[in-house]
Design a protein around this ligand. Sequence first.
Ligand code: DGL
Length: 274
Amino acid sequence: MSGTAAPVILAADSGPTILAADSGLGGLTIVAEIRKALPQARLAYLCDNAFFPYGTRPDAELLGHFLGVMNRAIDRVQPDLIVTACNTISTICLPQLRAATSIPVVGVVPAIKPAAQQSKRRIIGLLATPATVNRRYTDDLIQRYAAGCTVLRIGSAELVEMAEAQLLGEAIDREQLRRILAPFFARPADAQPDVVVLACTHFPLLRAELQAAGPADVAWIDSGTAVARRVVDVLPPPRGAGIASGLALTSASHGPALQRALAQFGFATVEALA
Ligand code: DGL
């Protein structure tokens, strides 16, 4: 006998229940990473489409709204763990949400630290919502982990709309994408970032288009795998209550395009949040 423990195989209905939340469909990029790491988990997703997009809302209004809508989603799902699958909300809500619930909360924040470790040119691009690029939380991350780098910031609500629209079946305007990225790449080659942080969970949905719009040697990084690792680390034992996997809740109406997009990420049941 070797000392290796046998893998624990859980039945599909006995896994932990995880509730992930975002303004729209972006958080699904985080859910996809969590599903890879924890295939037995029962996943629920709050698509807070009544308040989309988050990134142009005043902080106090957004925070008050989010705590209220999460309360209702937690009541419905009874999760073992919550993931705020959105940089815009995570960078303002974590202390208040953790104070409001005893359920563990994992946030998603900009991948500044790995970007600083990876950048050879010492120039990082930060691509986020207008709210996230201006957050104190973001400034602190940069000061702490990327003090030796130049950080160029683009805050774009337009790009969030484009990512959401593409997943709902609309075509992307590649010229518009290039215009949005101009502050990174319409400058001398040695002054361009060699690492770009996708600091909005919507942006990995456009990874291929973003890659095509910039120089070939740029690394586009996000927080998805790190968040999934963190979820595995902090997950408490399942309480055995909860929902069947694949439940999405929406805070506004959901049409067929939204249902198709959610189904693509494993959320076959879509319910209006009561
Ligand atoms: N997906 C979100 C983020 O990570 C926010 C998008 C929005 O609603 O503005 O920041």
